[in-house]
Ligand binder design. Structure first.
Ligand code: PMV
Length: 320
């Protein structure tokens, strides 16, 4: 029996991915740029067991039927690729709250991609790992790499060019990321369903796709020059545009709560006072606040903030 354990970290998009150009191959309609986080991690152990009659999956020690189906479909791809039929026992652990808008699907599928391919005897390059990870989750290829990462939308119908690559390693710009937890429940709508609703119904969806190339150029340049003010502008604009598309879907998707909005105001007020901070928000109520390392900025006192997790820029996925 081959057992392999891999570790991967969540990532947070500065330029957001929202929309699919091909839902079957899970090809993104837009490119995205992210930062991989340190400290928060998913560790996934995969054992290929010739005597097992089905795949088994546990998340944080408990069975997770919804995720198990998705994991099973992903393992089918790996088996297909490796030319084997062996079932797997997969156990995955997050050291942070699952499905609360902290991109556990990204770190989860990045860790699973690395562990399952290795256990199946495959030696894939970064591009091939990226293609496979994307079939699990659109943001997962970004967690294969550390530091600052770009995921391309690509053009080919096969998806061969819809891959992630590292722009800069973590040491390029040691930012601090504070995750303000404003609600700890699981999210209401899955991101795939939400994106597809936006694509079908938001009158702003076309404009969102159109602005993407300029956002990517701007973010790439801001990161290359370590220009926080510039990165703040494009990151907040990408985030608020994504949420404008979500809000203008029918029925409207409102991921924020009152505390989310209070944190946004707090961050903007601090930046107006000259503090180098900015925010971004994914398909959930948590707010991720970026700053230059060493900037002290407390969010715990904002009414409704349950917890603040402080991390840095982290490494890519690896076998443990
Ligand atoms: O990878 P998914 O399908 O969970 O989509 C992630 C979408 C956002 O988190 C909202 C944006 C992003 O680019 O991470």
């Amino acid at each position: 029996m081959a057992t392999v354990t891999a570790r991967a970290h969540p990532n947070i998009a500065l330029v957001k991915y929202w929309g699919k150009r091909d839902p079957v191959l899970n090809l993104p309609a837009v490119g995205s740029i992210s930062v991989t986080l340190s400290d928060m991690e998913t560790e996934t152990e995969v054992t290929l067991d010739p005597s097992a009659e089905a795949d088994r999956f546990t998340l944080d020690g408990a069975s997770a039927p919804a995720e198990a189906a998705r994991v099973g479909r992903f393992l089918d791809r790996v088996r297909e690729r490796a030319g084997i039929e062996t079932h797997a026992c997969v156990s995955s652990r997050n050291n942070f709250p699952t499905a609360a808008g902290l991109a556990s699907s990204a770190s989860g599928f990045a860790a699973l991609t690395v562990a399952a391919t290795r256990a199946a005897g495959l030696a894939l390059d970064d591009r091939e790992l990226s293609v496979l990870a994307r079939l699990g989750s659109g943001s997962a290829p970004r967690s294969l790499f550390g530091g600052f990462v770009e995921m391309s939308a690509g053009r080919s119908t096969s998806g061969a060019d819809a891959v992630a690559r590292q722009l800069h390693p973590p040491r390029h710009w040691p930012l601090t990321v504070r995750v303000a937890i404003t609600a700890s429940g699981r999210k209401q709508v899955g991101s795939t369903e939400a994106m597809q609703l936006s694509e079908r119904t938001s009158p702003f969806y076309g404009a969102w796709v159109e602005r993407n190339a300029a956002d990517l150029d701007e973010a790439r340049a801001a990161i290359a020059h370590r220009d926080l003010e510039r990165l703040a502008r494009v990151t907040e604009a990408s985030c608020l545009s994504m949420h404008a598309v979500a809000l203008s879907s029918e029925p409207g998707l409102l991921f924020w709560n009152g505390t989310t909005v209070r944190v946004i105001h707090e961050v903007r007020a601090a930046r107006a006072r000259g503090l180098p901070v900015f925010f971004t928000i994914d398909a959930g109520p948590q707010v991720k606040v970026f700053s230059e390392a060493g900037t002290s900025f407390a969010l715990e006192q904002v009414h409704g903030v349950e917890q603040v997790i402080e991390v840095g820029v982290g490494p890519g996925a690896e076998v443990v």
